[in-house]
Design a protein. Structure first.
Lengths: 338, 501
């Protein structure tokens, strides 16, 4: 190739660049602005993925799907529920932690989210790798005992446990579950010896509780209320601060001689880290609007949930407080972590 | 009694408006399709439909859910028979004889048997649901950790003698299955086992990918190796269920129906175990046990009756105790709670007609699967006539998608491929695949039963041997093993020989 050819070609290229580059340079900001504008005005403009880190069909899944249903109506976009189960909910949570912070991948998880760091090794940091969006509901727990147990209230239970050390077996739905930690809290507060029997899920635990193979079991009110009202098991106390409207005759643990005792299971919504503030606010507002609907309130009451509307900042603080308290319970009880 | 019948009649009539009938037709079909697609299980189907029916009146919503549930358990047999892929874990046992029949050109007959088995199984379970709900509910309470441990051991031991000729090979496969169930975080304190630091392995092997691999993908590898021509439909094939099959195998149907209902009542074991148990019992009782796994009508009938009888069975403890008897029944119970029905010991006082409503829903679900059993079959048989180069890639795609769909993890696809290769190698070496699969299903139950039992008894093994139901189970296990030992068999032969002398 002759040198002039090269020069000519370079000139042609230069000319083209001269013509195109400024045009491109002018176009880019417009494109960015347009994209930003549509992102602001039209979020969401495509389906949103809601990750539920539990298998389809559990209590967390049921509530998460109700949230998805309501959000898809109010946001005008379909919400695709993805059950990414496994690893104590860590696998699904990790997927959201590593997703793009565009508001199209969200996480619905239970209180296990905040307990997990003290139980298992996680591939993420529960504060740095997530944006807390909204606390949705608290689920108070109910301490139920076998009908043949002489104890009629928490004080008698503690007296019985002291008189018969090593005799009491209490079921736990799964290691590190809210019911487990509530029982550990009760055990360490009272300073008594109760053996914890691990189950997977509450169905077999109830079978053993009614059958008399274990003496006590602590579970969200939703699961326990049928057996209590049918007289199959005896309710000793609820773990909420106030008595529940569904079970007005059952006292709280706090009023049974342990003032200040309160423990809940709870559910919340998270996004990937650094979620844009306008998307965060929008999602938080929609969740709060859903929780304020009268029929949602009555349904929650029926299911034993307490709706918890609030801001993302409040939710963040709630998670931190709960996680710290769980850490202390787990450490005091010597629950084995990895 | 008559009050009950009148209430049942009322419930039946209450679903006779056009909208409800439309719901029955649509949701049974959705159930059958969900069941037939590998990777979509009955549990997922019922959970999906729960969300879709949240705004409906409670009775219609529950009607949809029950039709989906029954339809899905039945629909799983379709892919099991035609492709050797269990559509849901409940149909794994149907693969053995169902697909063997299809290979002999009798796919229509096989589907007919599945239809009559499923319909009659549901009816048997329904009968117990309607009449003995209060009595049977308490049965679930008799089974504790000790009994579940033996039940699981019993299942694996029986499975070892199920298919292959050599029980030793069966038991080895069963132990491999139990080992596979031990991989990952153990179910009690979440300690990692055999994970080699891999987060994916910590989640363990999911049942569905393992099943799809061991049956479906292994079958595909076999098909690639063989040079068989596409199946020719036998002239004796017919899609209409035969009355003769029902009258000839009435004992199998009744036995499997009872076993299925009973397994359904027990919490923690569901449709898959019901199918295997009925299958095992049928083989032990059969006059032609050697036919099992090679296209035995008896075996297919047992598996299909057992898993569908499990559905009403699993609902019995939901209604009486508020304790679900299987995974889909747990979702159904959650849906009942959402719709303001509180199943449990109070149901008979709070909503006395509800039990009859459920029975009526079950009745319509049965009619639904019967309808689709009679109409959809003929089209489906054409699947078998598709030439290999076309159908094998489709099966492969189904295997991959089905494994992925269950929890959207790519790792599950690798598990499917891995189990497919293992399944292929085991088949080539003459090891049966069923005990391996049952080992995976029951390994978890066995381990938890043992560990929980030991904690409850403060480390004492005595309750495992001394409690009445436990004793029956472990003695049965010992007898089964002893009977398979050549030395013992010789002893018996000598005994009979001496007598004839």
């Amino acid at each position: 190739m002759h040198i002039t050819d090269v020069v000519n070609r370079a000139r042609i290229l230069e000319n083209a660049m001269n013509r195109w580059l400024p045009a491109l340079a002018r176009l880019i900001p417009i494109a960015v602005l347009a994209a930003a504008a549509t992102a602001q005005a039209a979020y969401p403009d495509r389906p949103i993925k809601l990750v539920i880190p539990f298998p389809a069909g559990g209590p967390t899944d049921a509530l998460g799907r109700q949230l998805a249903q309501s959000l898809s109506t109010s946001l005008g976009q379909s919400i695709v529920v993805e059950n990414k189960a496994g690893g104590n909910s860590a696998i699904g949570s990790d997927a959201v932690a590593k997703a793009a912070p565009d508001g199209y991948t969200l996480l619905f998880n239970a209180s296990l989210f905040a307990t997990n760091p003290h139980l298992v090794k996680l591939p993420y940091d529960i504060y740095k790798d997530f944006t807390p969006i909204a606390l949705i509901a608290k689920a108070p727990l109910l301490i139920a005992v076998n009908n043949d147990l002489p104890a009629k209230n928490v004080a008698e239970l503690i007296a019985y446990a002291k008189a018969n050390p090593g005799k009491l077996n209490f079921g736990i739905g799964s290691n590190g579950s809210a019911g487990h930690l509530a029982q550990e809290l009760l055990r360490s507060n009272a300073g008594v010896d109760i053996q914890m029997i691990p189950y997977k899920g509450s169905a077999p635990a109830y079978a053993d509780l009614i059958g008399g193979r274990i003496q006590g079991f602590t579970d969200p009110v939703l699961g326990a209320i049928g057996q209590v009202q049918g007289g199959k098991v005896r309710a000793l106390a609820v773990t909420s601060a106030k008595r529940l409207s569904a079970l007005p005759s059952v006292p709280t643990v706090a009023e049974s001689g342990m003032p200040g005792f309160e423990y809940h299971s709870w559910y919340g919504l998270w996004g990937p880290p650094n979620l844009p503030p306008e998307i965060l606010q929008k999602l938080n507002a929609e969740v709060n609007r859903w929780l304020a609907q009268p029929d949602v309130k009555t349904q929650f009451e029926k299911l034993g949930y307490e709706a918890q509307p609030g801001t993302p900042t409040e939710f963040d603080k709630f998670v931190r407080d709960n996680s710290q308290r769980d850490a202390k319970i787990i450490k005091d009880a010597g629950i084995k972590a990895e | 009694m008559f009050d009950g019948l009148i209430a049942f009649g009322h419930s039946l009539v209450s679903f006779l408006d056009p909208f409800s009938i439309g719901l029955i037709l649509v949701s049974s079909l959705v159930g059958v399709i969900i069941g037939a697609l590998p990777g979509l299980t009955a549990t997922m189907g019922v959970a999906l439909m729960t969300t879709l029916t949240i705004k409906m009146p409670s009775n219609q919503a529950l009607l949809v859910l029950i039709c989906t549930y029954v339809g899905a358990i039945y629909g799983g047999s379709r892919s099991a028979i035609l492709l050797n892929i269990p559509g849901t874990p409940a149909s794994a046992a149907s693969c053995l004889d169902g697909h063997a029949l299809a290979k002999q050109g009798l796919a229509g007959r096989a589907m007919g048997i599945a239809t009559s088995g499923s319909v009659l199984g549901t009816l048997i379970g329904m009968f117990f649901l309607a009449l003995f709900t209060p009595v049977l509910g308490d049965l679930a309470l008799k089974f504790g950790a000790y009994e579940f441990f033996w039940l699981a051991v019993f299942g694996v031991i029986i499975a070892g003698t199920l298919t292959g000729g050599d029980p030793l090979k069966g038991w080895i496969a069963g132990l491999v299955g139990i080992f596979c169930a031990a991989v990952g975080q153990e179910g009690i304190y979440a300690y990692d086992r055999f994970t080699f630091g891999s987060r994916d392995l910590a989640g363990g092997f999911n049942l569905v990918p393992a099943l799809v691999g061991a049956f479906g993908f292994a079958e595909l590898l076999m098909a690639v190796r063989e040079k068989a021509a596409p199946v020719k439909i036998s002239p004796f094939d017919s899609v209409i269920p035969k009355l003769v099959d029902v009258t000839k195998y009435w004992k199998t149907i009744l036995r499997s129906g009872l076993i299925g209902t009973f397994i359904g009542i027990l919490p923690g074991v569901g449709e898959d175990v019901a199918a295997w148990s009925s299958y095992a019992a049928a083989k032990r009782a059969s006059k032609e046990p050697e036919k099992f796994g090679k296209g035995s009508i008896d075996g297919l009938m047992a598996a299909e009756t057992g898993d569908n009888a499990c559905v009403p069975g699993a609902i019995i403890p939901v209604l009486t105790l508020g304790i679900p008897g299987s995974a889909p029944a747990a979702v159904l119970m959650a849906a009942m709670l959402i719709h303001g029905v509180r199943p449990g010991p109070m149901i008979m006082t709070e909503a006395p007609t509800f039990v009859y409503d459920v029975v009526a829903m079950m009745m319509y679900a049965t009619l639904g699967i019967l309808l689709y059993g009679l109409t959809l079959t003929k089209v489906l048989i054409k699947v078998l006539m598709v030439p290999k180069p076309v159908i094998l890639p489709i099966i492969f795609v189904l295997c991959v998608v089905g494994s992925f769909a269950i929890s959207s993890r790519l790792f599950d696809v690798w598990v499917m491929l891995g189990f497919g290769v293992i399944g292929y190698v085991l088949r080539r070496l003459g090891y049966p695949i069923a005990p391996l699969v049952l080992g995976i299903v029951l390994g978890d139950l066995m381990e938890k039963g043992l560990r929980r039992g030991l904690v409850l008894s403060d480390g004492s093994l005595l309750p495992f041997f001394m409690r009445p139901i436990s004793a029956v189970l472990w003695i049965a296990i010992v007898v089964v093993i002893l009977m398979k030992l050549p030395a013992v068999q010789r002893l018996f032969q000598r005994g009979t020989a001496a007598r004839t002398d």
